[in-house]
Structure formats: structure tokens, C-alpha cells
Design a protein around this ligand. Structure first.
Ligand code: MEV
Length: 286
């Protein structure tokens, strides 16, 4: 009996989190950590998953696939290629991997954009929010310029990205942080709108710098983005500690990546300082 095995990568937000929810573009990169899914036809739907995995996404993919294509009866085996605690977008990666596996299993040809649209609907229906940038990273890999809900997805020709990732050890609920920003925007609409506007401009500039590999300038831009994230109230002491340590050890720029309040920081680092920055982040508790 035919079996299909598919994996999809996690993501990091390079520039533009939160602003992307309000229609500004963002820059997203896939990471080399992947979620794996295996499927084969079966008498009825069955799911084998690691303990603690949020199965809502798997179930919703199966439900939507059946509704749209009339196909069901699948055994699904999922494997964690990375922890769901990092904020690397494990739910989006599982959703994309399983969706792609089902299309292959039932020999239905689809484009990347169709795979994005199908997977994004699944994630939206389960989470009720989200720009979809994590789904784009899982579908397209590499680095992309992204506008919410996939209104624009441009794959950028970026082959290298000198980045160090530091994990705070703190798990955050994205929905809560997104809600806090929405509240701040309600209270101080003009201020927040102006900040988001600035982030949009940074992303356009960052897109050019990435393509031209102007790393130091890109690093500076990341730090400027972090300043706005601070004003939006989504940074934290722990994030700041890791960012400060990375900068002191010679990073060209550093910021939180994702919703904020926890998860990860990213630091742009030249090869000569990489080891020092990694060590400094560890020493600071990352
Ligand atoms: C969270 O990782 C990034 C946000 O912009 C939410 C989203 O784009 O879905 C805060």
C-alpha cells in the first residue's frame, strides 16, 4: 500500500511582526527544523501523534479535505522535528505537511499557492487569527516577503542568512499578545498607526538589504524594529537581556521574533562574532 512522507519547516519572523496583522508586509524565513507527517490509506481516519501534540490542526485538515475533495480513510503519523514551545510555528508546519501529504496520496495536483490557501484556511479556522506568514514559510521555505492572508507572497533569492537564534524558555500565547497590541491601538490609534507605518517602511528597506546581502545595515534595521516592538509593549526583560547580550558580544542587530513576551530572539551576526554571540546568549540564560 502506498505511503507518503512529507515534512515542512518552521519559521522565524525577520521583520514586521504585529504590523503584518494590520496590513503591512513582513519578511519571514524558514528554519532547518521540520515537522514530519506520514500518511497511508486506511479503513477509517486514524492519528498517531507524539504526546501533548495539539491535534486540532490534524483533525481540521482531515475534515476540510473530506469536505472539499470527498476523500477520507487515512492513517496519519506525525513526528515532532522541533518543540512546539519555540514559537517556530509547529502548528502551521504540521498543517502544511499533512495537507501536502494528502494531496500527494490522492494524486491531486495543486500549486504552492493552492496549498497555501488550503492550509491557511485550516489554521484560521482553528486559531481564529493570524496573518498566515507561518503557513507561507512552511509552504515556500527560504525567505519570503509576505502580506497577510497570502495577498502577496514573494520568494526572495536569499541563500544565506547570518543569524543566531536565542530561545528565552518562555512560551507565549500569541493570541493574547496580539490582543494587547489591539488594545493599545484602540487607546492610542494615531501613535500606534504611525509606528506600524514605520515598520512597513522598514520591511521594504529590509527586503532590498537582504537581496543585496547588506548584513550590517539589515542588522541596524532589526534593532530599529525592536525599538518599535518595545513601544508596542511586546518585549520582556528576558528578551531584552538576550538582545543586550547579543549586541554587546558584537551582533549587528537583534530583535525578538514572533509575537514577543517570550519565544525567541534573532541576532544578525558576522561569522567573526558568531561564536561569541552564541556564548553570550547562553550566558544570559538563553
Ligand atoms: C506571531 O508569530 C506574529 C504576529 O505578527 C502574528 C501573525 O502574524 O500571525 C504577532
Amino acid at each position: 500500500m502506498s505511503r507518503v512522507k512529507v515534512s515542512a519547516p518552521g519559521k522565524l519572523m525577520l521583520l514586521g511582526e504585529h504590523a503584518v496583522i494590520y496590513g503591512k508586509p513582513c519578511l519571514v524565513a524558514a528554519v532547518d527544523k521540520r515537522m514530519e507527517v506520514e500518511v497511508e490509506k486506511a479503513d477509517k481516519d486514524m492519528i498517531e501523534a507524539p504526546e501533548g501534540m495539539d491535534l486540532r490542526f490534524v483533525k481540521m485538515v482531515l475534515k476540510k479535505f473530506k469536505r472539499k475533495y470527498g476523500k477520507s480513510g487515512v492513517k496519519v503519523i506525525t513526528k515532532n522535528g522541533f518543540s512546539s514551545s519555540y514559537g517556530f510555528g509547529s502548528s502551521a508546519a504540521v498543517t502544511v505537511a499533512l495537507s501536502r501529504a494528502l494531496f500527494e496520496l490522492f494524486k491531486i495536483k495543486i500549486s504552492k499557492k493552492e496549498l497555501f490557501d488550503f492550509s491557511f484556511k485550516v489554521v484560521r479556522e482553528v486559531q481564529g487569527l493570524g496573518s498566515g506568514f507561518d503557513v507561507a514559510a512552511a509552504v515556500y521555505g527560504g525567505v519570503s516577503y509576505f502580506v497577510k492572508e497570502g495577498k502577496k507572497i514573494e520568494e526572495l533569492r536569499v541563500r544565506e542568512l547570518p543569524i543566531v537564534v536565542g530561545y528565552t524558555g518562555v512560551k507565549v500565547k500569541t493570541a493574547e499578545v496580539v490582543r494587547q497590541v489591539a488594545e493599545l491601538k484602540k487607546k492610542q490609534p494615531e501613535k500606534v498607526e504611525a509606528w506600524l507605518e514605520k515598520v512597513g517602511v522598514m520591511v521594504e528597506k529590509g527586503r532590498e538589504l537582504l537581496i543585496k546581502k547588506k548584513w550590517q545595515e539589515l542588522g541596524k534595521l532589526m534593532s530599529e524594529n525592536q525599538e518599535i516592538l518595545r513601544r508596542l509593549g511586546v518585549s520582556s526583560q528576558k528578551l531584552e537581556r538576550l538582545i543586550g547580550a547579543a549586541m554587546e558580544a558584537g551582533a549587528d542587530g537583534a530583535k525578538l521574533s514572533g509575537a514577543g513576551k517570550g519565544d525567541c530572539i534573532i541576532a544578525l551576526v558576522g561569522e567573526e562574532n558568531r561564536k561569541r554571540v552564541e556564548e553570550a546568549i547562553r550566558m544570559a540564560g538563553g
